[in-house]
Ligand binder design. Structure first.
Ligand code: SF4
Length: 222
């Protein structure tokens, strides 16, 4: 007689198994701003996917350039596991104060999350727009290191302009690196906060390794 296959148990309530926390941290929404203000989430634990940067839309299942900032909680080391997940305890460190997406996610039915996913996302302006001096630097960086411009520079174009595009891209990467170093030296911020202020370093986010500029020089393979 064949052994009967046991059906997996049907889930219709959160068992706090941590599977969703291990799949990656949430993007923050405007109502999560208070969690930063109250100190439940520190900006060192966040990174910004800047306007124009490629990002994977989990609901639509496509990678596309973002229309505005997406602020996310970082992973742990090189893993996707949300940085606020305590692996030893198997629990969220801020469970009672967890962000909107974590409260809406029901792994057995993602409808509630899907409806809120792209709405009312938190931006850097919402968090630091009123901090004199800092916001102006962030805006200037956004203007000079605009990912939309980066994508244009990386796109195939007339050969005669390749050298000019390489030089412009190299200058952007240099500016991005120098600004981060300057901010660290002058303001004395934690280095980990830079990923929130200026997004991840341009050298790391340039689409495709081949297109990344060589250190201190012109970008290769453009
Ligand atoms: S904030 Fe908490 S609940 Fe949300 S993904 Fe991170 S560890 Fe999990």
């Amino acid at each position: 007689m064949q052994a009967m296959q046991a059906k997996p148990p049907r889930i219709d309530a959160c068992t706090r198994c941590g599977a969703c926390c291990r799949a990656g941290g949430p993007a923050l929404h405007r109502e999560d701003r208070q969690l930063i203000v109250a100190g439940h989430i520190h900006t060192r634990d966040l990174y910004t996917i800047r306007r124009g940067e490629m990002a994977y839309d989990q609901i639509r299942g496509v990678a596309q350039p973002t229309r505005a900032d997406i602020i996310k909680i970082k992973g742990q080391g090189r893993s996707w596991t949300c940085r606020l997940f305590d692996a030893a305890a198997g629990a969220c460190r801020i469970y009672a104060e967890r962000p909107l997406e974590c409260r809406l996610l029901e792994c057995w039915n993602t409808d509630r999350l899907a409806r809120a996913y792209a709405r009312g996302r938190l931006t850097r302006r919402d968090v630091i727009g009123e901090i004199q001096g800092v916001w102006a630097v962030v805006e200037e960086h956004q203007r000079r290191c605009d990912h939309r411009r980066v994508l244009k520079l990386l796109a195939p174009g007339p050969d005669g302009r390749a050298e000019r595009r390489r030089r412009e891209l190299a200058a952007m990467v240099r500016y991005d690196e120098e600004l981060r170093a300057r901010v660290l030296a002058r303001i004395g911020l934690e280095a980990e906060m830079l990923d929130f202020l200026f997004g991840r370093p341009l050298r790391r986010t340039l689409p495709g390794l081949k297109a990344a500029p060589a250190p201190g020089g012109a970008p290769a393979g453009v």
